[in-house]
Design a protein around this ligand. Structure first.
Ligand code: SF4
Length: 484
């Protein structure tokens, strides 16, 4: 069993019984109520009401922040990146302990701002507040926080916003779990031409180092009809690239009677006019089917990129991590993918320093990095996460051994990336132009289907367009290109 010993939700749970269809209507009514409150506040102050939404963590959190921002805008609140705003919302991540420390540090600064402006509202949501210990700490040491809500009831944000605008005491609404999904609330997008689309929530895999199943709950898939409607609406509003999001997209549909599988869903998304690129993440290697490989290989729209987290190249460590695949089966899968799609960019996640890992295991990871020939990898040093099984495993390696192992893995990743990304050099390929280059405003930044970034001379008017660019200079993980 994987009980999360630390949690006493009953103290904080307000309600979890609801009908998703009724709730959707109710929350839309709440948006109207919040909008009326905002309007009168604006008249009273003679200025705009502003909100700043700060996102920590993964793509799922980014998508949740878009929903929060969509509700704020619908209520007439202006969005800003300045934390001097009237309302500041931290959408938190708890994957690593130090992520929590960062939030506490920044909250301290917000507390100072609130002393100068007592009307300021401070809100915390996301994975971190799913832990009782965090709520207790916030109550005791950060009592200036105005509202805390969790990951399961984010759909209720309009109602919570009404309360936030009216009440002066701390509001806490965190649920242990939910089985339902409330559809159809407003959302805003960071980019007008691309968007994430949640296809499922939660995770049932219980990797021994990971807190996600405890804070995001059990796996629940959205109905394919709802997903496809959302993609159609996105396409009509100018989106040409969608990223289908879930902790383990390969098990999409499991438990939903009569639902299509993930490859089936991809086939349906592909039929939608106006969608030119389809991405998805994350794929658990144990659930990646031959059918998915076939669909990817035969598709014109599914991007030539697969993020396939391996975490370790050692069978012993994979077993301790509860990953449910072996080094051999993972590499066999990579072989199948490469045979079907020789140009596919494969990227991965790797953890170094897992408790129980020895130097020989890290060497196994290094050799796997070479065998899998990744285009890129995110490499992390293991960070103990309270509440997960691995937090009780005894450490085996010293900090020095972990640091030297990490450097070995990183060097292998960089060597492979440089070598593998070089296969594109000199080719003319299509990029989706995303934004003005951050460092040099005369350059634009675009992305290849294989997810590699390309910087080339151009201006902001190109944003959102698909262009052919010749890849002239390989910089390791990215290219400098020229428009053709
Ligand atoms: S698959 Fe494993 S690592 Fe990914 S969210 Fe689920 S438990 Fe965490």
């Amino acid at each position: 069993m994987h009980a999360f010993r630390d949690v006493d939700y009953d103290r904080y749970t307000i309600t979890k019984e609801y009908d998703p269809d009724v709730e959707s209507i109710r929350q839309r009514d709440m948006i109207k109520s919040a909008a009326a409150l905002v309007k009168s506040k604006k008249e009273q102050l003679g200025r705009d009401i502003t909100a700043c939404v700060v996102t920590f963590g993964c793509q799922m959190n980014s998508r949740d922040s878009e929903k929060i921002s969509g509700v704020l805008l619908s209520c007439g609140i202006s969005l800003t990146e300045d934390e001097n705003a009237d309302i500041v919302i931290y959408n938190t991540c708890t994957v690593r302990d130090n992520a929590n420390q960062r939030v506490y540090g920044r909250l301290g600064n917000l507390g100072v701002m609130k002393k100068k402006n007592p009307d300021k509202k401070i809100v915390l949501c996301g994975c971190m507040v799913q832990e009782t210990a965090v709520i207790e700490k916030l109550r005791e040491s950060y009592s200036f926080v105005d509202m805390i809500f969790g990951t399961h009831n984010i759909y209720k944000f309009p109602e919570l916003l009404v309360r936030l605008l009216q009440e002066d005491k701390m509001i806490v609404d965190v649920w242990k779990k939910t089985d339902s999904i409330v559809e159809d609330l407003p959302t805003v997008r960071k980019y007008p031409f691309k968007s994430g689309v949640n296809i499922m929530f939660g995770c049932d895999n219980f990797c021994s180092y990971c807190i996600v199943p405890y804070v995001r709950g059990r796996e629940r898939s959205r109905k394919s009809s709802e997903i496809l409607d959302e993609v159609r609406r996105l396409s009509e509003s100018g989106v040409s690239e969608v990223m289908l999001l879930g902790q383990n997209v390969n098990s999409y549909g499991r438990g939903l009677e009569g639902e299509i599988s993930f490859p089936g869903l991809l086939r349906e998304v592909e039929k939608i006019d106006g969608i030119r690129r389809i991405r998805f993440m994350t794929s658990h290697p144990k659930d990646l089917s031959d059918e998915l490989i076939d669909v990817m290989a035969s598709s014109d729209k599914i991007c030539s990129h697969l993020h396939l987290p391996v975490q370790s190249g050692s069978d012993k460590v994979l077993e301790m991590m509860n990953r449910k695949y072996s080094r051999e089966s993972y590499l066999k899968l990579v072989g199948k993918l490469r045979k079907a799609m020789p140009d596919l960019s494969i990227t991965t996640d790797i953890i170094v320093g897992f408790p129980g890992e020895e130097e020989a295991d890290i060497d196994d990871t290094v050799s796997l990095v070479h065998e899998a020939a990744y285009d890129n990898a995110f490499t992390f040093i293991y960070s103990k996460r309270a509440g997960t099984p691995a937090s009780n495993y005894p450490a085996t390696l010293s900090d020095e051994q972990i640091s030297s192992g990490f450097n070995k893995v990183l060097a292998a990743v960089q060597e492979e990336a440089r070598k593998n990304v070089a296969r594109f050099a000199g080719r003319t390929m299509e990029v989706l132009v995303e934004e003005v280059n951050e460092k040099d405003k005369e350059y634009m930044t675009g992305r290849l289907s294989g997810n590699v970034l390309v910087h080339f001379k151009g201006d902001a008017s190109l944003t959102g367009s698909y262009l052919k660019v010749k890849l002239v200079e390989n910089k390791g993980f990215y290219y400098i290109g020229e428009r053709v």
